[in-house]
Ligand binder design. Structure first.
Ligand SMILES: CC(C)(COP(=O)(O)OP(=O)(O)OC[C@H]1O[C@@H](n2cnc3c(N)ncnc32)[C@H](O)[C@@H]1O)[C@@H](O)C(=O)NCCC(=O)NCCS
Ligand SMILES: Nc1ncnc2c1ncn2[C@@H]1O[C@H](COP(=O)(O)OP(=O)(O)OP(=O)(O)O)[C@@H](O)[C@H]1O
Length: 212
């Protein structure tokens, strides 16, 4: 197999829901780094009446799509986070398309920033989808997982996303465990710490990678 030739480090950022990936990503962007946000890509591929939306409607029925052709996020969230089969189906529909778009986004970044030293991929389900990443040619130089205790994350989801406790629990249960993510990542960022301390550990980690 041809070895990938590239000048930048490709870094995966993952972590359990509400652990703080977006907080870390925003910080990296503010420091001038490029971050590809996979939650955002998953929104971009479901533009009204797009092929993916049609596939979702065929699979899940008319309740899954609104009259204006957008996906019914509330209906889907309720259904996919309470039924493993449905979640696997939506994953099978969406994940290949999300990664295909990520390949395009990374190419755009390289074209616009040929001297970029690090490109970050913020992927909530990175460990779950490593095989799809690989199929798309993504090998990560480092994987950082952002982790906080379940009760802290549940409290954050209740406070900032207006979720009921059971909904928050269901999202956590729909993902791999912290231990599973930590077993694959090479750095674990503790987001039980306050934001300032958490981000300073992130900065030190990048510094170490850049000077290694
Ligand atoms: C089910 C959907 C419509 C719910 O939308 P909603 O606006 O409520 O949530 P949002 O997309 O903002 O996701 C919030 C968080 O939920 C978690 N999450 C989302 N999808 C999944 C999934 N399939 N399995 C486990 N956790 C998930 C992630 O931690 C994510 O950061 C949406 O999450 C979706 O389309 N999911 C399938 C695509 C996917 O897996 N996205 C994750 C990035 S690849
Ligand atoms: N270290 C921290 N201390 C306190 N609050 C934090 C910390 N990190 C993040 N938060 C807060 O927790 C909430 C969830 O954080 P964030 O949106 O960054 O998580 P996420 O991992 O991106 O979630 P998702 O899986 O949905 O993408 C936000 O309100 C954020 O401000």
């Amino acid at each position: 197999m041809k070895t990938e030739q590239r000048r930048f480090m490709r870094i995966g950022i993952t972590g359990g829901i509400a652990a703080g990936k977006s907080t870390v990503s925003k910080h990296l962007i503010s420091r001038g780094y490029n971050v590809i946000d996979y939650d955002q890509l998953a929104r971009e591929i479901v533009l009204p009446h797009s092929p993916i939306v049609k596939q979702i409607e065929e699979e899940f029925g008319s309740h899954s799509v609104n009259e204006d052709g957008t996906v019914n996020r509330l209906w889907l969230a309720h259904n996919v986070f309470t039924d493993d089969n449905k979640r696997h189906h939506i994953n099978d529909i969406m994940h290949p398309a999300v990664y295909a778009l990520a390949v395009q986004k990374e190419r755009d970044i390289i074209t616009q920033n040929p001297d970029a030293r690090m490109i970050f991929h913020d992927i909530p389900l990175l460990i779950e989808t490593l095989d799809i990443a690989k199929k798309n040619g993504f090998v990560f130089d480092h994987i950082m997982t952002i982790e906080a205790d379940d009760d802290i994350r549940i409290q954050r989801m209740i406070e900032t996303r207006g979720m009921a406790k059971a909904e928050a629990r269901a999202r956590i249960d729909a993902q791999l465990t912290r231990e599973q993510r930590e077993a694959t990542a090479d750095v674990v960022i503790d987001s039980n710490l306050n934001v300032k301390d958490m981000l300073s550990i992130v900065d030190n980690t990048l510094e170490n990678w850049l000077t290694a």
